[in-house]
Design a protein around this ligand. Structure first.
Ligand code: PGA
Length: 238
């Protein structure tokens, strides 16, 4: 594991710069991207780099890590909406190179198989992940083992409550679709992005607790090319 701790006010710029370097070295990069609050400033900085002509997604492939169920298409809390508004609307990724799990598909098991087949058609070079305060990655909630496939999941109560900060009002979603831990761990590289004091406790536990399904992010430590990119606030307990 490689741990990189960056000053809070430089964190997103450093992550964006590493990512831009990765794209420059491999323009056809097959990458899986998360949504939520953590990547927002990173996406802003990468989009600015694309606008300056320094970075391009023209030959890349982007896979969306997960999706919430039960929200109408275009809802601000849909992961699809967050990634489009936060990044894809502002970069040069051709629309056919964006892959996602569709929670409105008539058969969700089929939809998960279809998405996984797109992932497997070339694999994933890089997976960027946020870290849930309950230790989830994607929507692989506590109880998920390292063999967990891409699938429909029941959301943990903490995850449901957290959807309020993405703009869910009323009853929060009860389920979602997620890239499994198995295909995450099969990727060439994993970057775990962690920022803010609110993540300090769970980051410390992710890196030091026994590896197991009670803390799905702990399985990332078994990956040979894990890079943890934390700001100083999130790294306070390390
Ligand atoms: P956040 O979500 O970036 O909004 O904190 C991370 C997660 O729950 O995976």
């Amino acid at each position: 594991m490689h741990l990189e701790v960056v000053a809070d006010d430089r964190w997103s710029a450093v992550v964006a710069a590493r990512w831009a370097e990765r794209l420059a070295a491999q323009p056809g990069l097959r990458q899986c991207l998360p949504t939520g609050t953590t990547p927002v400033p990173v996406y802003r900085d990468v989009a600015a780099s694309v606008a300056r002509g320094e970075t391009s997604f023209a030959r890349a492939e982007v896979f969306l890590l997960d999706e919430l169920g039960g929200l109408p298409r275009g809802h601000p809390a849909r992961c699809d909406t967050m990634l489009r508004r936060g990044l894809l609307d502002d970069v040069d990724l051709p629309s056919g190179r964006f892959h996602r799990l569709d929670p409105d598909a008539p058969d969700l098991a089929d939809e998960c198989r279809r998405f996984q087949a797109e992932v497997d058609h070339g694999g994933l070079d890089l997976v960027l992940l946020g870290l849930g305060t309950n230790g989830h990655v994607g929507l692989n909630e506590p109880g998920s083992d390292r063999t967990a496939p891409t699938r429909r999941v029941t959301l943990a109560e903490e995850t449901r409550a957290g959807t309020g900060r993405y703009g869910v009002t009323g009853t929060p979603p009860t389920w979602g679709l997620t890239l499994g831990l198995a295909p995450i761990l099969a990727a060439g590289e994993i970057w775990l992005l962690v920022s803010g004091t609110v993540k300090a406790g769970i980051l410390e536990r992710t890196l030091t607790d026994p590896i197991g399904p009670q803390l799905p992010a702990s399985f990332l430590r078994e990956h040979p090319a894990l890079r943890v990119m934390a700001d100083r606030s999130a790294a306070a307990g390390l």
